[in-house]
Write a protein that binds this ligand. Structure first.
Ligand code: PLP
Length: 432
């Protein structure tokens, strides 16, 4: 059964387009590898989450987009305008989120390692909602808040001990994972008096690329159980943070519809909710993945044993997910070669990057048998955890990034790096 094209893509005259923009022209104008983002798709995904959550929780719902998925300012501006708040994990992400114009009240600071400097900076900028992941972090936050004569609104991130996520390396909710606080410890922390700290709720995040609603329901049940324990200690529950982790399908759409997710949350959370409880969900991938693709050109073609291997100009330094998590992303030819399509549909072609690592591979793909040197390919669902994870390994350069606005205008968000400029900068430091 053939799968329809990913969200935002169509073919016109045999050529692949993204939100009706000709990808061949974009590659000609900006070169490859090139990230292409579409405002229309980004906004659609964000609105689906906002509407789904609001239908179940009204104004108490907050979709706090996980900034780590794609932190480009223009992306954050679109999401802030679409009514999202932000989940951040560093000062850098905070500065970007705030630069989008979002109210700091709609920003929540998560993350397993926050420095004192970062905590200080967050409180001084009005970012008070902090998800604390350890007892010593709580202690440091308390000191920082006291020194500043302010207070932080703290949800403890508790470990539900749920094994979920598309890969071992993106599972975060097991008791052996590095994240969060063992729930049994929470009771002792909640009972102690803390300067500068107001406990406001419970936070969880079980992992990423989770497609099974039952796993989320386990997490919701856990959240309710521990929120009720807070209430028995007379601590009001003002914030329930359900984390992110919603997986996507082959078309880049959320594997669970936002409304289905929200209804399940509503069913489980009902016993602890009142009109003042804010319910947060933190999708990253489910909002940003479909909104981006990576254009890459075939550099070489060879036979390895019994299979055809295409070497493309994007490597694991540009897009790490396949190497790091064995992730599968669809790779489509930008120009369709119909002639032999019938014979070749079932043949799998191996696609690899140019980096000197065996792990630099994008897996095997159907429909690329005809691809020749110089052809353009589009790696789909690359808007999340793509450019943000790039490096300069092998002294390679980062890809350029462009953003297609609603009116079709193309904005350059990041110019292609130039290896010569980088070298010249380093030379001037070495000589100084
Ligand atoms: C605390 C937290 N929230 C949300 C997310 C976003 O996850 P996803 O992009 O899978 O929705 C992450 C991802 O690592 C996270 O650590």
């Amino acid at each position: 059964m053939s799968i329809s094209l990913p969200v935002g893509l169509d073919r016109y005259d045999g050529k692949l387009r993204f939100v009706e923009q000709d990808l061949t022209s974009l590659a000609a104008d900006f070169g490859t590898p090139l990230y292409v983002y579409a405002e229309e798709v980004l906004e659609q995904q964000a609105c689906a989450w906002r509407e789904g959550m609001q239908r179940c929780f009204g104004e108490r719902a907050l979709v706090a987009y996980a900034t780590k998925a794609n932190d480009r300012l223009r992306v954050l501006q679109t999401l802030a305008r679409a009514g999202c708040g932000f989940d951040i994990v560093s000062e850098g992400e905070m500065l970007r989120a705030l630069a989008s114009g979002v109210d700091p009240e709609r920003v929540v600071f998560s993350g397993v390692g926050k420095s004192d400097l970062e905590l200080r900076s967050a409180l001084s900028k009005g970012v008070r909602h902090i998800n604390v992941e350890s007892e010593s972090e709580l202690l440091r936050l308390s000191k920082v808040a006291e020194q500043q004569g302010t207070h932080a609104s703290v949800s403890l991130r508790l470990t539900p001990d749920i094994a979920a996520g598309g890969h071992d390396k993106i599972s975060t909710g097991r008791k052996t994972d590095k994240f969060g606080i063992a729930p049994e410890r929470a009771l002792a922390l909640w009972r102690q008096p803390w300067h500068g700290i107001t406990f406001d709720g419970v936070a969880v995040h079980c992992g990423s690329q989770i497609c099974d609603l039952a796993l989320f329901e386990q997490a919701f049940r856990f959240v309710v159980e521990w929120a009720q324990k807070m209430q028995t200690l007379s601590l009001p529950v003002r914030r329930l943070d359900l984390g992110g982790g919603i997986g996507i399908d082959e078309r880049g759409e959320p594997a669970l519809s936002p409304l289905l997710y929200a209804r399940a949350a509503q069913k489980w959370l009902a016993p602890v909710l009142d009109e003042k409880t804010r319910i947060l969900v933190e999708p990253g991938r489910a909002i940003a993945a479909a909104a981006g693709l990576l254009l890459t050109r075939v550099l070489d073609r060879k036979r390895i044993e019994d299979r055809t291997c295409l070497v493309v100009d994007a490597g694991m330094n540009n897009f790490l997910r396949c190497a790091l998590y064995d992730a599968h992303h669809r790779l489509l030819p930008v120009v369709c070669k119909n002639t032999l399509a019938k014979h070749t549909q079932k043949t799998k072609t191996w696609v690899v990057g140019p980096v000197c690592e065996s792990s630099d591979t994008f897996g095997t793909h159907e429909g690329l048998e005809q691809a020749a040197i110089g052809d353009l390919l589009a790696l789909c669902s690359a808007g999340a955890y793509g450019a943000v994870m790039a490096s300069d390994y092998n002294a390679r350069t980062r890809a350029a990034e462009v953003f297609i606005e609603h009116d079709g205008n193309t904005l350059l968000l990041r110019a292609r790096e130039d290896a010569r400029v980088r070298l010249a900068e380093e030379e001037s430091l070495v000589r100084a």
